[in-house]
Design a protein around this ligand. Structure first.
Ligand SMILES: Nc1ncnc2c1ncn2[C@@H]1O[C@H](COP(=O)(O)OP(=O)(O)OP(=O)(O)O)[C@@H](O)[C@H]1O
Ligand SMILES: [Mg+2]
Length: 272
């Protein structure tokens, strides 16, 4: 369904990805994990048309998408649930859901569509007319996921769906993603909750310094000896560009701090 080849994303001088290649097949859950600043969101944002790569190819259902704007990506069925949820706090839960149906060409209430999505989110069904700002973090994440499903995606992109959630709320999100697999949805997800993600996904890519440093069947990646070092930003791969080659001294300081933070996340689970 999705083939990303040699993807380069830059923000001015900063190279966020340095030649990422990955594939997602129909009905698969593919995970992208790795340290803070590794280039995970940049990869997802490029697939969603939110940033445009400087080079590389993104083929979706056989068509080149690298130059497509985000609204065109959504129209073709690539729907992203963004990092940080980005729900509209002053709108009600129902209004947020309706916005999700934009790709279908209407903001009108499609009660059948809403009801269908709400079957998987009973917690939201009771709170339809509440401003979204009143939801807990876990409920807000559920709303962000439900809003994404309102667009009837062919490929759902999830960027850190458990970020900032309590362990119980994170478990609920993982359960929900398991449920989405059962209905055959294709998912490309970025997550730092590495152990739970690898237990859930079919295949996984570990990114470090904008490069894929580990990939394969999720169970194999979970048991790979290089996982910890790759996650902590210390993978030894000759083909990757080291942080020192692509970064200014200021950036290198940031990377050092992040590596310490990442060690903590890796050992203790969820990031705050
Ligand atoms: N809008 C931007 N402008 C400049 N640099 C950016 C921008 N977005 C990301 N970057 C830089 O690009 C690199 C990759 O960032 P990206 O957000 O893709 O990483 P990530 O793996 O998603 O990190 P995190 O786990 O913190 O979400 C980082 O060095 C980051 O600082
Ligand atoms: Mg990110």
């Amino acid at each position: 369904m999705l083939e990303v080849h040699d993807l380069h994303v830059r923000y001015g001088e900063i190279a966020a990805t340095n030649g990422i290649s990955l594939t997602v097949g129909d009905g698969e859950i593919v995970a992208v994990t790795g340290a803070n600043g590794a280039g995970k969101s940049s990869t997802l944002n490029a697939v969603a048309g939110i940033v445009h790569p400087t080079s590389g190819s993104i083929r979706f259902d056989g068509q080149e998408m690298a130059a497509c704007p985000s609204h065109e990506c959504i129209r073709r069925g690539i729907v992203q649930v963004p990092e940080g949820r980005k729900i509209f706090g002053t709108l009600t839960v129902l209004e947020n859901l309706q916005l999700g149906a934009y790709r279908l060409g209407s903001f009108q209430i499609d009660s059948a569509g809403v009801d269908e999505v709400l079957e998987q989110f009973p917690i939201l069904a009771d709170r339809l007319h509440v401003p979204a700002s009143c939801l807990s973090g876990g409920q807000a994440q559920m709303l962000a996921l439900a809003r994404g499903l309102m667009a009837q995606p062919k490929l759902l992109l999830l960027d850190e769906p458990t970020l900032g959630l309590s362990p119980i709320a994170a478990d609920d999100v993982f359960d929900l993603i398991r449920g989405l697999r059962e209905i055959g949805l294709t998912i490309l997800m970025v997550e730092q909750n590495v152990h739970q993600t690898l237990a859930l996904a079919d295949r996984a890519y570990v990114i470090e310094g904008g490069c894929v440093v580990l990939k394969g069947d999720a169970r194999d990646v979970a048991s790979a000896s290089g996982l910890t070092s790759a996650y902590l930003g210390m993978a030894d791969q000759s083909e990757r560009i080291s942080p020192s080659e692509r970064s200014s001294p200021e950036e290198q300081e940031i990377i050092k701090t992040r590596t310490a933070e990442n060690r903590d996340i890796f050992q203790n689970g969820n990031r705050i």
